[in-house]
Design a protein around this ligand. Structure first.
Ligand code: NAP
Ligand code: F7E
Length: 368
């Protein structure tokens, strides 16, 4: 009998990679989706219609819908990845973020109990390095004190503690993966890495003039999402439920990411100025870009409180899970994202050109 997994957040970056990974392992995979006015689910479109992949409408803000899905699917494993996951957006929608990212976790745990699955169903909670927030030590490990520094992080802290509470109170097999930033060619376009790789691709093809960023000094421990979803599964295959830090153990700034991404797109940058006046100027690359400012700072992307020094210590995961933190290096990650976006942007550009030509032909009466 194949194992049954339920993934909340199946349409997201991690949900899509995890679905592929579990299907490959022979799982029956169920995911929850929300009704949206746009029906195309880009990241999982290639999986829809496959025999072992099933979708159900539910929402983490709606307890009954979660109870219904859990009691019908009766999963062996639940991966609770659903969240309002954008830190800056959490300052604009703090209540929604708390409802989904904090109480939503409780709803999943209670749905498991209500369905009588508390002794059999294993639960993975998508926790985050944002819990360390205004960091109290570097690098951060499982014993580092938490200091959440955004509405997102405060909500996720509740999720972390309620999982721990249910583990101790009801002996449920539920664990938190404290994952540091993980990126990919499927990363949402408003997270800094993807925003940069898309801009580098567009600027190199003459489709964008300038990339506006916020705090370029911010430091992150960036890994590849495809590697990280494997850890989620390994965490649930352990003999006893435990929490783990998953990170690469290597730290880079937003500026370094930008420099490298543009380099892969054939553009060498020199940074001048400081803070709001900092600029990235082209010193090598396409003739028409030399001397031009293609990176600048905008206050719009500063946060009321920003987490600026995340650096994970994956020692426990290496020892107990066999995690290889260097499977995909920072350099490989940036390269694969830029290469993907260059190809993507070129295809979009070609499609846009066809549309422009078509508009011109229609106007001239060449096609009717
Ligand atoms: P993502 O791409 O933003 O995906 C979030 C998913 O949650 C989407 O499928 C979204 O559905 C779903 N969702 C949001 N609100 C929901 C609701 N009320 N009910 C049901 N589903 C809802 O995020 P990700 O990068 O894959 O991250 C996955 C999880 O890991 C999140 O919990 C995130 O907070 C956490 N995390 C991420 C990182 C990282 O670096 N990526 C690091 C640490 C922790 P729609 O498509 O309908 O919006
Ligand atoms: O910001 C700075 C920004 O939005 C990274 C989520 O997956 O990882 C993610 O949260 C840093 C911050 O990710 C821009 O101020 C500068 O210091 O890519 P981000 P995040 O906030 O680290 C954690 C682990 C999660 O759990 C979250 O779900 O980059 N930054 N300029 C910028 N950030 C953005 N978004 N846009 C800028 O223009």
């Amino acid at each position: 009998m194949s194992k049954v997994a339920l993934i909340t957040g199946v349409t997201g970056q991690d949900g899509s990679f995890l679905s592929e990974f579990l299907l490959e392992k022979g799982y029956e995979v169920h995911g929850i989706i929300r009704r949206s006015s746009v029906d195309y689910r880009e990241r999982i479109a290639h999986l829809e219609g496959r025999p072992h992949f099933h979708l159900h409408y539910a929402d983490l803000g709606d307890s009954m819908s979660i109870v219904k899905v859990v009691s019908v699917v009766r999963p062996d494993e639940i991966y609770n990845l659903a969240a309002q996951s954008h830190v800056q957006v959490s300052f604009d929608s703090p209540e929604f973020t708390a409802d989904v990212d904090a109480v939503g976790v409780l709803r999943v745990l209670e749905a498991v109990r209500a369905s009588g699955l508390e002794n059999t169903c294993r639960i993975y909670q998508a926790s985050t390095s944002e819990l360390y927030g205004k960091v109290e030590e570097v690098p951060q490990n499982e014993n580092t004190p938490f200091h959440p520094y955004s509405p997102y992080a405060v909500a996720k802290l509740y999720g972390f503690w309620i999982v721990k509470e249910y583990r101790e109170a009801y002996h449920m097999f539920c664990c938190s993966g404290i994952l540091f930033n993980h990126e990919s060619e499927r990363r949402g376009e408003t997270f800094v890495t993807r925003k940069i790789t898309l801009a580098a691709a567009r600027i190199s093809q003459g489709l964008q003039d300038c990339l506006y960023l916020g705090n370029m000094d911010s430091l992150r421990d960036w890994g590849y999402a495809k590697d990280y979803v494997e850890c989620m599964w390994i965490i649930l295959q352990q003999d006893k439920p435990e929490d783990f830090v998953i990170a690469t153990g290597v730290q880079h700034s937003v500026r370094e990411f930008t420099e490298l991404a543009f380099k892969h797109a054939g553009i060498e940058l020199k940074f001048e100025g400081e803070g709001i006046n900092e600029k990235g100027i082209v010193v090598k690359g396409p003739e028409n870009l030399i001397g031009k400012t293609v990176v600048a700072v905008s206050e719009d992307f500063y946060r009321p409180t920003d987490v600026v020094n995340l650096w994970g210590d994956p020692t426990k995961a290496k020892a107990k899970l066999g995690w290889n933190p260097n499977k995909t290096t920072f350099e490989e990650l940036v390269k694969l994202m830029v290469e993907h976006d260059i190809a993507n942007v070129a295809a979009e550009g070609a499609a846009a050109k066809v549309r422009t030509n078509l508009a011109e032909y229609l106007e001239k009466g060449i096609v009717k």
